[in-house]
Write a protein that binds this ligand. Structure first.
Ligand code: MSP
Length: 633
């Protein structure tokens, strides 16, 4: 077995202050790093900031600063937050670090020397916000970015290209052979579909702005700077010394690149292709998490509802917040942050299940045995419970390996319910009353051992709280205790319990002021009156035919009967979500008085309505069959 683990977070753009999304990835990565260290792996944990590109250059200009000044300021804020949160990173990389820049230039030279980079002219649509190029066929309404919806701009400039198309087959082979390359596995198909749709060579240099890594001198084209994603992705190897001494390259390949779902494609398609070109081994997992909303709404600066991790940690405690983030949402899915949900988790999981169990053990051992706990008779009286403990612990490691932290914690909590259940079932106070002291002592020791194992396993998520539990139980958390009590199933030596104050006092109500979501008129949004609404005619229609439009990845051509003498032809951007076969016969809502328009040369005489959330798209229709042409209002 490989004894090293290498874990990374994305490097964060410095055009934004750290928010819950950044904290989420970083805390998962930190928990993973702590877990692997505890298991004895030589672990390297990397985080940092992504500081080049047009977006940063513009953000700096708006504030009247040079890009470097501005990047220094925000990068420091990220570092400060992670330090205050005691994130256990081994290196904080900045893409403005001279060693990184050298490494990126070296990589460019290698790829160029291999014939994977050539010079050409780029003409296309560029989204500054996503720092990504899109072919026209993918744009929404021919102009907006398919990922973030913001307008794109047309770029025509001389550019170097990376032969991404050359790697299409090898990438598909990688996804086929490495079952767990993308975690959770459910995200894999989306990537495969994208690659199967055909990969175009990637423009990897720009001349229209300066804030980027210049091409190496050997290329002799000083007006070009590198595309920010090429520069950024390479951080994962330059941090290990690639292009320089290579002193830490033993850690490569990465075991986990933790990423949000919005940047999966860059990590699962472009990055492996760059690595193939550099003849470097593939990372083991691209572990992809979902997005957080607040009280059900998307977070944005303009709404003023962005969750500030520092504020939450100050109000509720950093470790409680860490636990909440990892427990609340299945890894890979979107999650919602609300104070209610956070308080429930703290009061119920941490207060009732964990904190109370510890209090019960402290209380009982004090009352009956003067705080002494001795495990000598546990095997004799509670063999069944010990077997149950083994059964609960056995699959936990697999959950961490798959980054299923919610499952890991859910299953770990079974230990606590076993503890609480055992006390209620065997009633040690009755045992003592009946003179069965040895049995009572064994029961208290059983529960103390359950708590000790829980503290070791929970340590990566809640280090300080678990250290306190361990010290109450007379041991310290480390590789040695982990090996003994978790891996080998040993029991605690005889010890004297140390009384500690309750770890998770009950929280009665919200501790942070809730920013009310402003009403439309407060936000400066205009109301429309009913007449304006009725200007849109919406009708129920039945899809009578559906077919693909050649060369379009997003569009389908539909024929929709809306009660007129002939069905309407409607072009809809739904191909990624529906097959033509499953559409025929469905009832949908159609805006019927929309000005006809051509999409990819095909006439569209209306629009079908659909709801689009983070998980995909859902067509809107009546919930029982309704006659075609029925107005919707
Ligand atoms: N700089 C790139 C990453 C380059 S990695 C070689 C970038 N930076 S970012 O700052 O915009 O985003 C960093 C991470 O934060 C992404 O993984 C993104 O998914 C995550 N999040 C941003 N908003 C989020 C939420 N609301 N919820 C959860 N994570 C989100 O992309």
């Amino acid at each position: 077995m490989r004894s090293k683990k290498y874990i990374t977070t994305p490097i964060y753009y410095v055009n934004d202050l750290p928010h819950i999304g950044h904290a989420y990835t970083t805390i998962i990565a930190d928990s993973a790093a702590r877990y692997f260290r505890l298991r004895g792996y030589d672990t390297f944990f990397l985080t940092g900031t992504d500081e080049h590109g047009q977006k940063i250059e513009e953000a700096a200009r708006k504030r009247g600063k040079s890009p470097k000044e501005y990047a220094d300021e925000i990068s420091a804020k990220f570092k400060e937050l992670w330090d205050d949160f005691e994130i256990s990173y081994d290196k904080f990389i900045r893409t403005t670090d001279p060693d990184h820049i050298k490494g990126v230039q070296k990589a460019f030279e290698i790829m160029y020397g291999k014939g994977d980079i050539y010079k050409g002219v780029y003409e296309g649509h560029y989204c500054i916000s996503c720092e990504a190029f899109f072919p026209e066929s993918q744009l929404i309404d021919g102009e907006s970015c398919p990922d973030c919806g913001k307008p794109t701009s047309i770029v025509k400039e001389e550019s170097y290209f990376f032969r991404l198309s050359k790697y299409q087959d090898r990438l598909l082979q990688l996804y086929r052979e490495e079952e767990e390359f993308i975690l959770p596995k459910s995200k894999k198909n989306e990537v495969i579909r994208f690659v199967e749709g055909g990969l175009q060579d990637l423009s990897i240099t720009r001349t229209s702005f300066d804030w980027g890594v210049p091409l190496p001198d050997s290329i002799g084209d000083p007006q070009h700077v590198m595309y920010v994603w090429l520069d950024a992705l390479l951080n994962y190897v330059t941090a290990l010394g690639f292009g320089g001494q290579g002193e830490l390259m033993d850690y490569w390949p990465a075991d986990y690149h933790l990423v949000g779902k919005d940047i999966l494609r860059f990590h699962a398609v472009y990055w492996p292709a760059f690595l193939m070109s550099l003849d470097l081994p593939m990372p083991r997992h691209i572990a992809t998490h979902g997005w957080w909303t607040r009280n059900g709404e998307k977070m944005s600066k303009s709404k003023g509802n962005v969750v500030d991790p520092r504020e939450v940690a100050q109000a509720y405690g950093l470790e409680n917040f860490r636990y909440f983030l990892l427990r609340e949402v299945p890894f890979g899915q979107d999650g919602d942050f609300s104070q209610r949900a956070l308080i429930d988790r703290i009061n119920s999981d941490l207060g009732n299940d964990l904190g109370n169990l510890l209090n019960r053990v402290i209380g009982m051992s004090g009352k009956y045995f003067d705080y002494r706990v001795d495990s000598s008779d546990v095997e004799r009286y509670y063999r069944e419970e010990l077997e149950e403990i083994e059964r609960i612990i056995a699959p936990l490691d697999g959950h961490v390996e798959q980054m299923r932290w919610h499952k890991f914690l859910e299953e770990l909590w079974k230990l606590l319910s076993l503890g609480n259940r055992s006390i209620d079932r065997y009633t040690p106070w009755v045992m003592v009353r009946e003179g069965r002291e040895r049995e009572a002592m064994a029961l208290i020791a059983l529960v103390a051992n359950i708590l000790a194992k829980t503290a070791l396993l929970l340590y990566p998520v809640m280090p300080k709280s678990c250290e306190k539990i361990a010290s109450a139980l007379g041991f310290t958390i480390g590789q040695e205790s982990f090996r003994r009590f978790v891996e080998r199933g040993e029991l605690l030596d005889e010890f004297q319990i140390e009384r500690i104050p309750p770890l998770f006092p009950k929280i009665e109500g919200p501790l942070m002021e809730e920013k009310r979501s402003p009403a439309p008129e407060e936000k400066g949004e205009e109301f429309i009156d009913i007449d304006q609404f009725f200007k849109s005619q919406i009708k129920v229609g039945k899809i009578v035919a559906a077919e693909e439009i050649p060369k379009s990845k997003k569009l389908l051509k539909l024929r929709v009967d809306i009660g007129e003498d002939r069905p309407r032809q409607i072009v809809a951007g739904i191909k990624e979500y529906y097959t033509p076969e499953e559409l025929v016969g469905r009832e949908v809502c159609v805006v019927s008085n929309l000005k006809p328009a051509k999409l990819m040369g095909v006439l569209s005489e209306g629009m079908v309505l659909a709801a689009h959330d983070g998980d995909g798209l859902s067509l809107i229709g009546p919930d029982r069959p309704v006659r075609e042409g029925t107005p919707v209002r």
